[in-house]
Design a protein around this ligand. Structure first.
Ligand code: UD1
Length: 338
């Protein structure tokens, strides 16, 4: 089956492209490079040793997207394309709602026109907001999002739910990612944030490479083991393999299904800093600062449903996450830019 990856040049898309090809799937990528670089496509080809069709298009550009469906015999779509910066979404809500919803609606209209009924969506643990309890199960309450980025994920989930109600032969899988980190073991692809990173791991690795002075630890007075925030960090290659498992699942099932993709293990900010230091033999200076507004104390998955129904579970640990993040950062201090 040929699989279209929207936003396939991005961090999670690029790693998923490789795992899909490793598993024998044909892929097609489209991306407008609004938050990724053409170099990423070259490197996916280098790692896999395979060629695949690539289209530089905006998924909200319907005629351009229709041309892709016209030319390629698409069997399933993995929809990664979307804006994803939490802080920016608070500053530019209209742009976030417009972009993330438009791309999804245009994609769904095009899929309907061409009779494609298999979709995997990049959702996020952000839809759970501040959870009532951890570990978080898929049945937990959703819709307490704290920012427009999170609301777009929530809204797209509801749109896909409605599509599955209206068409019983449609198959949609919502993958709720916890905190993706790490990079491909080759060191050729990884996360390439624009400007100063917002997320913890890219921030640590930019301190390690000397681009930033110290990590600000956002609060040490949370009700956690060491007072710093606890998250479920998952290696991006494990996450990518979760998509392969989801593709196999939608080949055999109709309707809507939701899966948490996490490790079920929570690490604190200080755990991550110390693990990075130990794995790579580099000192990471840090300073405790105020809490970041909107942050929660603890968030980690109950990932048992994915294990049971997809036959998938995370295999890589915190040492792999830290080692692979550093290999990518060290080899590419400026990301994909020269
Ligand atoms: C955030 C988003 C989530 C998104 C994810 C992408 C929210 C509330 N969070 O998750 O939707 O999917 O990014 O990976 O919408 N920290 C520091 N110093 C830093 C950066 C982070 O101490 O410089 C701490 C944070 O307070 C938190 C932990 O590190 O406890 C992880 O933060 P981050 O990597 O930004 O991810 P989340 O906020 O969990």
């Amino acid at each position: 089956m040929k699989i279209l990856l929207t936003g396939g040049a991005g961090y999670i898309g690029s790693h998923t492209a490789i795992e899909l090809m490793n598993a024998g799937y044909e892929i097609v990528i489209c991306d407008d490079f609004s938050n990724s670089k053409p170099e990423s496509i070259k490197r996916i080809k280098k790692i896999s040793g395979k060629e695949f069709p690539f289209y530089e298009i905006d998924v909200a550009d319907k005629p351009a997207l229709e041309e892709v469906f016209e030319k390629e015999n698409i069997g399933a779509v993995i929809h990664f394309a979307g804006y994803k910066a939490v802080g920016e979404s608070v500053a530019k809500p209209v742009s976030y709602y417009r972009n993330n919803l438009d791309t999804t609606l245009t994609l769904l209209e095009t899929m309907q026109k061409y009779g494609v009924k298999n979709l995997i969506f990049s959702s996020s643990a952000t839809v759970y907001g501040a959870p009532d309890e951890v570990p978080i199960k898929e049945t937990a309450v959703v819709g307490r999002c704290t920012n427009p980025y999170g609301w777009t994920k929530y809204m797209i989930e509801r749109i896909l739910e409605s599509v599955c109600v209206s068409d019983k032969t449609f198959s949609a899988v919502l993958l709720r990612y916890f905190n993706p980190v790490g990079a491909h073991i080759s060191g050729l692809i990884g996360e390439d944030p624009q400007g100063i990173p917002n997320n913890l791991m890219p921030y640590i690795s930019q301190v390690a490479v000397g681009k930033l002075k110290e990590v600000g630890v956002f609060g040490n007075d949370y009700p956690t083991k060491d007072g710093t925030g606890v998250r479920d960090y998952i290696h991006v290659v494990d996450l990518a393999k979760g998509h392969v498992a989801a593709v196999k699942y939608i080949e055999n099932n109709d309707g809507l299904e939701v899966f948490n993709l996490g490790t079920s293990v929570g690490y604190s900010v200080l755990d991550m800093i110390h693990a990075f230091e130990e794995a790579n033999g580099i000192k990471i200076p840090y300073r405790i600062t105020d809490r970041r507004p909107g942050d929660i104390a603890e968030c980690f998955a109950d990932a048992s449903k994915a294990k049971e129904k997809l036959g998938w579970q995370a295999e890589l640990g915190i040492v792999d996450m830290c080692r692979d993040t550093w290999r990518w950062q060290k080899n590419n201090p400026n990301g994909y830019s020269e």
